[in-house]
Design a binder for this molecule. Structure first.
Ligand code: SF4
Ligand code: FES
Length: 248
């Protein structure tokens, strides 16, 4: 395939960025999207030009770092996959592909397609954990019976990889889907109930402090989420939050 790439280039957070056009030839359908960018970068390096900076690590849909806006969609045109799992066979010969970073005030651009998503880390640090005694007398997790349905729902919430596609997809740059998944994975389990009140209050407070917008129920986050995290989690987080407020 011959393609035209339009890629956002920006030297650093202070400089102005711009779209730069790169023609690509001999792109194979079996290449992953990131392999296609690797080929472009090898070419740029051979020509003495600066390669395009983009985030990646596991390249198998686990780490959540490969955050790219592809033709206006986070992680591209396919559903329930990350950018690293997207294959070039999804595109056609002659296509123009627009590649941008995830855009949100709370995700400032570092360089080219790389954004700073440490806001998510700070939300996690505000309450995305449980406190357990690890001094030699840890209770066996299986000693506490948990209904299968609850365990499955908690596991589904726990599959959130913190990629930020939900924020990028949302017109308000809301982080409610991410935060609610991190609240839900504990709220559904007895081990998570002990700190549930403080957790939801602290995580929501941090989410607001980071500058993410509010949820207006458009559902774009759920559609673009590579892990199929459900809007049910946002409803659960709202219930948890109201109950925490009432408890004072
Ligand atoms: S909820 Fe989905 S889109 Fe949002 S960070 Fe988690 S995995 Fe990514
Ligand atoms: S590189 Fe890890 S999820 Fe894509």
């Amino acid at each position: 395939m011959n393609l035209t790439l339009k890629i956002w280039r920006q030297d650093n957070p202070e400089t102005k960025g711009k779209m730069v056009v790169y023609p690509m030839s001999n792109v194979e359908g079996d290449m992953s999207f990131l392999e296609m960018l690797d080929v472009l970068n090898e070419d740029l390096i051979n020509k003495g030009e600066e390669p395009v900076a983009f985030d990646h690590d596991c390249r198998e849909g686990i780490c959540g770092t490969c955050s790219l806006m592809i033709n206006g969609e986070p992680h591209g045109p396919d559903r329930l996959i990350t950018t690293c799992q997207l294959h070039m066979r999804k595109f056609n010969d002659g296509d123009t592909i627009v590649i941008e970073p995830f855009r949100a005030t709370a995700f400032p651009i570092i360089k080219d397609l790389v954004v700073d998503r440490t806001a998510f880390e700070r939300i996690q640090q505000a309450g995305g954990y449980i406190s357990v005694n690890t001094s030699g007398n840890t209770v066996d997790a299986n000693a506490i019976p948990i209904e299968k349905e609850k365990a499955d729902e908690a596991m589904d919430a726990a599959t959130c990889i913190g990629c930020g596609a939900c924020v990028a997809a949302c017109k308000n740059a809301s982080a409610m889907l991410f935060t609610s998944a991190k609240v839900s994975q504990f709220a559904l389990l007895p081990q998570g109930r002990v700190e549930a009140t403080d957790r939801v209050l602290n995580m929501v407070r941090q989410m607001d402090l980071e500058g993410f917008g509010n949820c207006t129920n458009t559902g774009a986050c759920e559609v673009e989420c590579p892990k199929g995290i459900s809007l049910e989690n946002i409803a659960r987080m709202n219930r948890e939050y109201m109950s925490a407020i009432v408890k004072g």
